[in-house]
Design a protein around this ligand. Structure first.
Ligand SMILES: Nc1ncnc2c1ncn2[C@@H]1O[C@H](COP(=O)(O)OP(=O)(O)O)[C@@H](O)[C@H]1O
Ligand SMILES: [Mg+2]
Length: 473
């Protein structure tokens, strides 16, 4: 059928191709525990999946909605979800009642749980529950089903105890301090595999200026744009306006380089609006992207995979507002989502090719949604942006596009976790030292045991359920 053919699109035969969630990841057991009994483990251990939500971003609430959907839908036979909240100020907490917190959707407060610290170091996957902290009474860990114990005061952390290690983290965080490589860096230091792009891909995907320059360098079609720094705007505002008017004209769009959800994005029809738009954008960032405005259909496509990803069919967004504003995005009925978009097959194939190229251009991993403009007057396709942690409620465009290709929301979550483990396993096998014989260093050996083989693996991993004491305790 059409979806299937299109979903394979330009990457036919790539590993883990879209509509086949049951496919085994290369070198690892399939979702049904194809590895068989190994090492005498009694039954299959569920993988502990940290679900990060909230965060220091304007999209805090959006993150809660996405996380609630993930928490509800994740396959509990294979995974044990461990929700971890991040307050607006950036504090990590282990919620006392995660379910209630996610359902309430009001935002994460410090009083909702016990403070939690991520501990970098060679042991990997270590989080410390700071029971001695504000609001801490130790109830958090138990009620969220983490079932760990003891180890109080371990490793020089007064009042702390180790959380049972996480096998993988799903950062369901949008925007700054979540989608931009910062959380990814923290998880790298802690040796925890995670869903989605790494530090570089996340950071590039978040910065519209660098992203577009990279797209352009790869020959991907983008709208004409200019990047202006706050320093230059202060130094020579008249020259900046002249340059924009000469190169782009009106209408043009002003955007803070590192933001999302259309926050502080303005459509400017004349010089007065341009000055106001720049001032507004500079209140949020020291770098502003100004683009030529196009009259276009807005199309989005989902990409899934690591180094050889596949693209879904495109969907279309029809905002009711003048453009796809914050209100249009998050108000009921603010925009119409059409899945799949009605487009000639030639355009669909071209979009899929461009989407995969955009994903690879920024070195993304796991998932990304690539957004396009289809200019009405010319029929030209333009890549607008890539989102490395797209809206992820069950009703969001990213999962809906996969659902249309036969991959359910639940199986999509499973696939993303597998991709995270595959990528981590692959990286862990790389040499990290040079010149000392066989190159078998301790780090690779340690990390390897929660590599791709961990899905459905009955053996448990180092520092698993049987080791709550913590390193050096
Ligand atoms: N160059 C442009 N021409 C026309 N509309 C645009 C342009 N840039 C942005 N828009 C409108 O603004 C919305 C948000 O811009 P976008 O660059 O996607 O930022 P965000 O990361 O906040 O989604 C787009 O979905 C579109 O409706
Ligand atoms: Mg956008």
């Amino acid at each position: 059928m059409e979806e299937q053919a299109a979903a394979r699109g330009p990457s036919t035969g790539a590993p883990g191709a879209g509509p086949d969630p049951g496919r085994e990841p290369e070198g690892g057991p399939g979702p049904d525990g194809g590895a068989g009994p190994r090492g005498g483990g009694a039954g299959r251990r569920r993988l502990r999946v940290g679900i990060l939500f909230g965060g220091r971003s304007g999209e805090h609430e959006v993150s809660l909605m996405s996380a609630r959907s993930v928490y509800r839908a994740i396959d509990r036979e294979r995974f044990e979800p461990v929700p971890i909240g991040i307050t607006r100020a950036g504090q990590w907490i282990l919620p006392r009642d995660a379910e209630a917190l996610l359902e309430a959707g009001r935002g994460v407060e410090p009083a909702d749980g016990v403070p939690l610290a991520v501990v970098p170091g060679p042991e990997g996957r270590r989080l410390l529950v700071l029971d001695g902290g504000p609001g801490g009474d130790g109830a958090g860990a138990g009620s969220s089903g983490t079932g760990d114990a003891g180890g109080a005061g371990a490793a020089g952390a007064p009042g702390g105890r180790w959380l049972e290690p996480l096998d993988v983290v799903f950062p369901v965080l949008h925007g700054t301090f979540g989608e931009d490589g910062t959380v990814q860096g923290l998880l790298e230091l802690a040796g925890i595999p995670y869903v989605g792009a790494g530090v570089l891909g996340s950071a590039v995907g978040m910065d519209k200026a660098v992203m577009k320059e990279l797209f352009r360098a790869r020959g991907l079609p983008v709208v004409p744009f200019l990047v202006v720094t706050a320093a230059r705007w202060r130094r020579e505002p008249a020259a900046v306006i002249d340059e924009i008017e000469g190169a782009l004209g009106y209408p043009c769009f002003t955007k803070p380089a590192n933001l999302g959800s259309s926050v502080a994005i303005r459509r400017c029809r004349d010089r007065r609006q341009l000055e106001a738009g720049l001032a507004e954008a500079f209140a949020y960032d020291r770098k502003v992207v100004v683009e030529r405005g196009v009259d276009a259909r807005e199309l989005e496509i989902s990409v899934l995979g690591n180094d050889e990803p596949v693209a879904s069919l495109p969907g279309e967004i029809r905002p009711r507002a003048e453009f796809y504003t914050y209100e249009a995005k998050y108000t009921e009925g603010g925009a119409e989502l059409i899945v799949p978009a009605s487009l000639p097959p030639r355009l669909v194939a071209e979009m899929q090719r461009l989407a995969v190229a955009a994903f690879q251009a920024i070195d993304a991993a796991g998932l990304a949604r690539v957004d396009f403009f289809l200019e009405r007057a010319t029929g030209r396709l333009l890549v607008n942006e890539i989102n490395t942690i797209p809206g992820f409620t069950a009703l969001s465009m990213y999962p809906k596009l996969w659902e249309a290709a036969g991959l359910s929301y639940r199986d999509l979550i499973t696939r993303l976790i597998e991709l995270a483990l595959e990528r981590h396993g692959e990286r862990a096998r790389l040499r990290t030292s040079y010149g000392d014989g066989d190159g078998a260093d301790g780090e690779g050996a340690e990390a390897g045991d929660h590599g791709a083989g961990a899905v459905g693996d009955g053996t448990g991993t180092a520092g698993g359920a049987g080791d709550p004491g913590g390193p050096g305790a």
